[in-house]
Ligand binder design. Structure first.
Ligand code: GRG
Length: 300
């Protein structure tokens, strides 16, 4: 049996320090059982508060901080990205996709609430993300809000996450370049959006947004290679999922295509490129550096 992941002692402090503000903000935006259909409210809250690492929202806050010094402005945008991430996990676990019973060491949303409510909870989280970005209470100017809506839609729709998922279910991928493209769309686009939305919330200029986008791209690649490696060598107690599930599911992975040694080398190269992109900021990037290094040494 897979149990809940144990605390990860290698985790950078920013993931713990920024967790509370992110979770308070998530809680503020999620409807309660008095406000929306109780079954939907329960399923949405269960999925959002089931123990995610909050990497994407923390990236958005750090991007904001690096361009402006204050992370609070990015809290609504950070939550919008986490809503999209949570929706994607709910749908990804469904029987028609990966058919997973466990996520983060707990039963998946459809196992607890049934398939129909799980699909609808994912749909509602997706809509909520765009509601947050366009809500006056978020404090964004109409120009900022519109730009964020556009950026997030691009990252999570047919040009990004959903398009990448379609490539993924399309069968085996034979070349590493195609695998790079698949993951750039499926997981990388949302990491890039985290960085871009955070930078936009902080009023970053074009050069800053470009550099942080580059960081997000390399972060996504390193994250995905590490994820594939963890699928082979990870401890299910720490990853919260069954070992070897990618390979058993017929998925192409980096270790399968290029071997373990080359996978480690490719992840390291992505990390180095991502760190170089931070050069523009002359310091103030300690947390982003730490998070980038964590991506390839995390255990879950
Ligand atoms: C079904 C619309 C739809 C999209 C599915 C992103 C995606 C596309 C599916 C996610 C499934 C998956 C396991 C992808 C591999 C990498 C990944 C995104 C892992 C989970 O991200 P973490 O580790 O998750 O940040 P936590 O649990 O910490 O939130």
């Amino acid at each position: 049996m897979v149990r809940r992941p144990r605390a990860d002692i290698l985790r950078p402090r920013c993931l713990d320090d920024l967790r509370s503000p992110v979770e308070e903000e998530l809680n503020r935006w999620l409807g309660t059982e008095d406000e929306i259909e109780p079954a939907l409210a329960k399923a949405m809250r269960y999925s959002v508060f089931s123990g995610g690492k909050r990497v994407r929202p923390v990236l958005a806050l750090l991007a904001c901080r690096v361009v402006s010094g204050h992370f609070e402005a990015a809290l609504p945008a950070a939550c919008a990205v986490e809503m999209i991430h949570t929706y994607s996990l709910i749908h990804d676990d469904l029987p028609c996709m990966d058919d997973d019973d466990m996520r983060r060491g707990k039963p998946t949303t459809h196992r607890v609430f049934g398939e129909a409510v799980a699909v609808l909870a994912g749909d509602a989280l997706q809509a909520l993300a765009f509601e947050i970005l366009s809500d006056r209470r978020s404090g964004y100017t109409p120009e900022q809000g519109l730009r964020m809506v556009n950026e997030l839609a691009w990252a999570c729709g047919s040009t990004g996450m959903v398009g990448g998922q379609v490539l993924d279910i399309g069968g085996e991928v034979g070349e590493p370049e195609l695998l790079d493209r698949l993951h750039a769309m499926k997981t990388g686009a949302l990491f890039q959006a985290s960085m871009r939305l955070g930078a936009i919330a902080g009023g970053g200029d074009a050069a800053s947004v470009k550099a942080l986008t580059e960081y997000g791209k390399e972060f996504g690649l390193a994250f995905q290679i590490a994820d594939d490696v963890l699928d082979v060598v990870g401890d299910p107690e720490k990853t919260g999922r069954y070992a070897g599930s990618d390979v058993q599911g017929g998925r192409s992975t980096y270790p399968l295509l290029v071997g373990m040694t080359q996978s480690h080398a490719m992840a390291r190269e992505a990390v180095e490129r991502g760190l170089r992109a931070l050069g523009l900021f002359n310091g103030r990037t300690g947390d982003l550096q730490e998070l980038m290094e964590y991506v390839i040494r995390r255990e879950g």
